[in-house]
Design a protein around this ligand. Structure first.
Ligand code: TRP
Length: 320
């Protein structure tokens, strides 16, 4: 089957190595195989916070991350919610296909509510998974590369597509999720890698920032370096990171370090990460704000053309 790939990110801050190995590398590979849309989910930023924050700077940063890692705007349509009104308009008929009880049951939404610092939970928090169905279905996406936390949302998308087709006639394909197979990359403190925890290496970090972050990483005092995720999670995290950057197994990296201790380990990791990020940094340095604006303008235009056609089909099917 010939796939249409769609995926996206909320522009809330710089992408890090966890994003790279978890999803960006996969997108860079997929762009050669299938038509692909990458969504800058700007309207989704206000689901768990009151204000969009430094939204323009975050969008520019996200685009720089995308282009620096090698997403090719000649192959990939990179676009934003706020520039494609027809996509957003699909939310209205789609909401009519989902019950309030179903919206309340979504485990990812429940988890986000539990971790949100907002005083009140907005209606958007419950309805954004349906908006996400519009993100996928506006272009008749069939393959959605996502992390595990997004699977409930993909179920909503499939449910919306199925119910729409049953009620109004066959318009939408039922998209599939594509889960990444790279090992979970933990943060430098052994917890989930996340910008807000200060344990992540951003793709935009300088050599010195990278070295400083790795220097502060926790290790243990056993000089013999071994890969043991259960007994030595911090050391294992560093070995995994070096292994991913070097294209080797963490066991192999550990064997090379031998009894060099934490100092050698950190030296190897720092060199591996900096070497890995070198071409990404070089590409970023060549990009200007004008390049970013041009890429978004072209992507928004292409996405909008697609959305206009789909919305027209939807209105026809519904008899409007
Ligand atoms: N919810 C996704 C995230 O937080 C971002 C996203 C928005 C998305 N729309 C999408 C992902 C559509 C896949 C498909 O990471």
């Amino acid at each position: 089957m010939d796939h249409i790939v769609l995926t996206g990110d909320r522009p809330t801050g710089p992408l890090h190595l966890g994003h790279y190995f978890g999803s960006l590398a996969n997108r860079v590979a997929l762009q050669h195989a299938h038509p692909m849309y990458v969504l800058v989910a700007d309207y989704q930023v206000i689901t768990d916070r009151d204000l969009p924050g430094a939204i323009q700077a975050n969008i520019t940063g996200l685009l720089l991350d995308y282009l620096a890692v090698g997403l090719d705007p000649a192959k990939v349509t990179i676009f934003q919610h706020s520039a494609v009104p027809e996509l957003n308009q699909l939310l209205l008929p789609f909401l009519s296909l989902v019950s309030v009880a179903e919206l309340r049951r979504n485990p990812t939404v429940k988890d986000e509510i539990a971790h949100s610092s907002q005083r009140a939970v907005s209606g958007l928090m419950f309805t954004y998974p349906v908006h996400q169905a519009a993100d996928v279905l506006f272009c008749k996406g069939t393959l959605v590369p996502v992390g595990k936390d997004q699977l409930p949302h993909l179920e909503v998308t499939r449910m919306v597509a199925r119910r729409f087709n049953e009620r109004y006639g066959p318009v939408f394909p039922l998209p599939e999720a594509m889960l990444g197979d790279s090992p979970l990359l933990r943060g430098l403190d052994g917890g989930k890698m996340s910008k807000s925890r200060g344990n992540a290496i951003s793709l935009s970090a300088t050599e010195d920032e990278t070295a400083a972050l790795i220097r502060r990483a926790r290790t243990d005092s056993d000089r013999l370096i071994t890969f043991d995720e259960a007994a030595r999670p911090e050391v294992a995290t560093l070995l995994t990171l070096a292994g991913l950057c070097l294209g080797r197994t963490p066991q192999d990296v550990a064997a090379e370090i031998g009894d060099g201790g934490a100092v050698t380990l950190k030296k190897v990791v720092t060199e591996a990460v900096n070497e890995f990020l070198r071409p990404i940094r070089a590409r970023r340095a060549e990009l200007t704000e004008a390049d970013v604006r041009a890429v978004l303008r072209a992507g928004n235009e292409r996405a909008r053309e697609r959305a206009v056609v789909t919305l027209e089909e939807v209105r026809d099917a519904m008899g409007f």
